[in-house]
Ligand binder design. Structure first.
Ligand SMILES: N[C@@H](CCC(=O)N[C@@H](CS)C(=O)NCC(=O)O)C(=O)O
Length: 209
């Protein structure tokens, strides 16, 4: 059976749990990471010496990196609706997935860790946190403009794809944390659209930033 290593409140773990729920996959999960067993434990280091969650183990195959896990599971189960075979359609999905671990995530990190998780590296680092707010807001403004143009309702158009998973997690966190942000009507509509999906309500918009 598919095994997932990682705490269910980690944003990157939640991406994998959300997809499993969308695809009705059965899995077992072990809590690892901040607040649970530390990933420096030799038992975790055996599966990934990078010390980050999620990691999956699928019939002896071990894989880290949440977006790679999403692609692996969608392809394994032949879900071309989530990750299209068509060259350009897939590239568009992957561009949003890349955004979700690069520009879309860069500002989120100091804001979340400094204001919410309060990890020692970020607490009180107001310059870094303020830069994060500025950068994150700017990125979400671009998402808003794009959603406004494409007509959505999903980030790649009419259909839900893997792209919505990293983007939807970022949107939930952005809307859930308390800091100064602009009104983004297309992002707000997108959030409501995602919230029609039971899997998003379980692992995305579930009260956790
Ligand atoms: N690029 C990695 C990032 C993984 C990551 O940063 N995971 C966080 C949790 S969401 C983590 O392991 N934090 C340390 C911990 O929980 O101990 C991915 O997308 O999987």
């Amino acid at each position: 059976m598919l095994k997932i290593y990682g705490r269910a409140d980690g944003i990157n773990v939640r991406k994998v749990l959300w997809l499993c729920e969308e695809m009705a996959l059965t899995y077992e999960r072990e809590d690892w990471g901040r607040g649970y067993r530390p990933t420096s434990d030799p038992e975790f280091q055996r599966v990934s010496h990078f010390g980050l969650v999620p990691v999956i183990e699928d019939d002896g195959f071990i894989l880290r990196e949440s977006n790679s896990i999403l692609r692996y599971l969608a392809r394994k189960h032949g879900r071309q609706d989530l990750l299209p075979e068509d060259l350009r359609a897939r590239a568009t999905v992957e561009a949003w997935m890349d955004w979700g671990v690069s520009d879309g995530f860069a500002g989120l990190r100091p804001v979340f860790l400094g204001l919410h998780a309060k990890t020692p590296e970020f607490v009180g680092k107001s310059e870094l946190i303020n830069w994060g707010i500025w950068h994150w807001n700017r990125q979400l403004q671009r998402l808003d403009a794009d959603l406004g143009k494409s007509g959505g309702p999903y980030v790649c158009g009419a259909d839900f794809t893997l792209a919505d998973i990293p983007v939807g997690m970022i949107v939930n966190r952005w809307l859930s944390l308390d800091f100064e942000k602009p009104e983004l009507p297309a992002v707000a509509r997108y959030y409501e659209q995602l919230s029609t999906r039971p899997a998003y309500r379980i692992h995305g918009r579930n009260g956790t930033p």
